[in-house]
Design a protein around this ligand. Structure first.
Ligand SMILES: NC(=O)c1ccc[n+]([C@@H]2O[C@H](COP(=O)([O-])OP(=O)(O)OC[C@H]3O[C@@H](n4cnc5c(N)ncnc54)[C@H](O)[C@@H]3O)[C@@H](O)[C@H]2O)c1
Length: 580
């Protein structure tokens, strides 16, 4: 029976049959022979996922001073049911993932259809043709419990398999450049011995040419620039490897403007990536306790952070939002911990901050469910069976990437508490972590397993019509700072909802004017790190009481923000019920 791979839009592609492999290799050989006559170096990118597909296009787009392409790129992808569809899509000149950067699509189309410097394949034999192999396969870190990174393991299978496949096929002169974020020590202590052993079996005495250089790619509007026009760190296992990787990166990246940093050993380049991301995870996690402090003591953490940031030494302080998310920050520190024990063999426990930061970030969003529960309670409504609209499924603003987003945990916890969830996100069409929750992020590792009552969430769909999403809700959660949410008018929101609602701000999205207006409209407002909302609520209540008692004079009435219509709303809807 033929097997099929389905693209995200539902298009079906048959997986290759055994007889397809030799035909495919012939196609590649012909292409490569022609490209060699044009003097182009043959580069194979292994794994055309989020990073590899764009890296492949960046390399294929490289040109010399006269504007002539210098590389021919083969994007290679294993023909699994989950990923095979990426190959035919790239070969049509299409982007295999959704991105907010229009340059990705333009570049892939240009390189495939106009410059003819990019093709994609399922054939491992393509490795035989390459002078450079760039490894962009995943190396996951799978956690076994919620909020305890120490129980996790680095998932080395895809990477180890890739090293074996590469070593069995490449010519000894091929540069192997590992761009995957790996556990520090992987290049020298896992990659190098695997390649060396297989070379030996093949009768090759030559030292492998092996290097590491990590990606700093940022999903979003500047996706291509974050690969091509950005600083890189690299290192080779020996002098020749270092020389080759420096030359290759100089050929394909804008290193004139963004110079390379060359480190002595790959473990230093690998550690740089892990420390870089652990640093960011830590400065975000550290604010979680101050966020709680702010909520309990009438402090607005958003204003506090802005006040501190004017000091140049503290300008990179960031409000943490509902958890951190993304593919990298939740896992990278775990790869460091894992390496210390399982690659380097140490038994002692030197890591305190890094795992603590990840654990805090991984569970921060659960507090949003508590705020929602409390806001609804203050309005006299139970959380069970409340209709709640979550605005924003992705892990950061203005991108469609939902991997490990804080929003996922908010949905899971509120569902467990009996609420009915609706989702809106202008950048996300399918939230696979729910629609395909038995498979995502990998089979048996859905976050679903940490919560009860999750089965129905596979029917969760992302609403694109905000007005429809708002209709009849009890609560709205502002989870992500997407552009379309920043200026939503409270009057419109409440009107579309059909009356006062609970409003939860997870990301400092509401300014004080909006918060005040929501209170005036009879809503209840709460927010992560936003303890000052109670003060605004008290002011609105005091004014309301003044008005109801009719004690304010004519002049004062003119100063009051409340219109006659507002007053009607207040009288009918404002509910300052039992409070926390
Ligand atoms: N996504 C990001 O924002 C980002 C940022 C910086 C660094 N990184 C790092 O880049 C690396 C790749 O991440 P990604 O987001 O592209 O992952 P991904 O899962 O989107 O892509 C990996 C691809 O490799 C393929 N693959 C696995 N084994 C293979 C094999 N043997 N042969 C051919 N293909 C194979 C998979 O099918 C998949 O398509 C990771 O180490 C990640 O940590 C990612």
């Amino acid at each position: 029976m033929p097997e099929y791979s389905y693209s995200p839009t539902g298009e079906r592609f048959q997986l290759p049959e055994p007889e397809d492999y030799s035909k495919e290799f012939e196609r590649l050989k012909n292409l490569v022979n022609h490209q060699r006559t044009l003097g182009r170096e043959i580069v194979l990118v292994m794994g055309v996922g989020f990073v590899g597909a764009v890296m492949a296009a960046v390399v294929a787009d490289a040109q010399d001073g006269k504007g002539n392409p210098t590389k021919f790129v083969i994007g290679m992808q294993r023909p699994s049911t989950r990923s095979f569809w990426k190959i035919p899509l790239i070969n049509r000149g299409l982007t295999p993932m959704s991105t907010e950067d229009p340059e990705v699509g333009l570049m892939i189309d240009r390189c495939v259809n106009k410059k003819e410097t990019l093709t994609a394949t399922f054939s491992y034999d393509a490795l035989k043709l390459a002078e450079v192999v760039v490894v962009d396969v995943q190396c996951d870190y799978l956690k076994e419990s919620l909020g305890n990174v120490r129980t996790g393991q680095a998932e080395m299978k895809a990477l180890e398999e890739s090293f074996e496949i590469i070593a069995s096929h490449i010519s000894p002169d091929t540069l192997v450049l590992i761009e995957t974020t790996v556990a520090p020590g992987t290049t020298e202590q896992i990659g190098y011995p695997i390649i060396k052993k297989i070379f030996k079996k093949r009768g090759i005495e030559r030292e492998p040419i092996l290097a590491h250089s990590f990606e700093r790619v940022m999903p979003g509007k500047n996706y291509v620039a974050s690969i091509r026009d950005f600083w890189r760190v690299c290192s080779g296992v020996n002098e020749e490897s270092t020389r080759r990787v420096v030359k290759f990166l100089n050929d394909v990246l804008n290193t004139e403007k963004f110079p390379l940093t060359v480190l002595d050993r790959p473990i230093e380049s690998e550690t740089a990536k892990i420390v870089e991301n652990s640093f960011r995870a830590t400065i975000l996690a550290f604010l979680d306790e101050w966020s709680l402090f702010a909520e309990q003591n009438g402090v607005d953490l958003v204003k506090v952070i802005n006040a501190i940031k004017v000091r140049p030494t503290h300008s990179n302080m960031i409000f943490p939002g509902p958890g951190i998310g993304g593919y990298c920050l939740p896992k990278d520190g775990g790869l460091g911990l894992w390496a210390y024990r399982h690659i380097h063999g140490f038994e002692d426990d030197i890591f305190k901050m890094t795992p603590l930061a990840i654990d805090i970030n991984d569970t921060r969003s659960l507090h949003v469910a508590q705020l929602t529960r409390d806001a609804l309670r203050n309005m006299g409504r139970p959380i069970a069976s409340a209709e709640i609209l979550l605005l924003g499924a992705s892990y950061r603003e203005d991108v469609g990437d939902t991997r490990y987003s804080g929003s996922e945990l908010i949905v899971r916890r509120l569902t467990e508490m009996g609420a009915e969830l609706r989702i809106h996100d202008p950048y996300v069409l399918h939230w696979w972590e729910f629609e395909n929750q038995d498979e995502y992020p990998t089979s048996s590792h859905s976050l679903k397993r940490f919560f009860r009552g999750q089965e129905k969430l596979k029917d969760l769909r992302v609403e694109q019509d905000l007005k429809r999403g708002l209709h009849g809700i009890d609560a709205v959660i502002f989870a992500v700072r997407h552009q379309p949410y920043l200026n939503l008018d409270p009057d419109q929101v409440v009107k579309n909802a059909g009356g006062p609602i609970a409003v939860i701000d997870c990301f400092g999205i509401l300014d004080d004017t909006k918060i005040k207006r929501y209170f005036e409209l009879g809503c209840e407002v709460k927010g992560l790190g936003r303890g000052h909302v109670k003060r605004i609520k008290d002011q609105v209540r005091a004014k309301r009481e003044q008005l109801l008692l009719g004690i304010s004079g004519k002049e004062e009435k003119q100063d009051l923000y409340l219109s006659k219509k507002d007053l009607e709303l207040l009288n009918n809807g404002c509910n300052f019920g039992a409070e926390d």
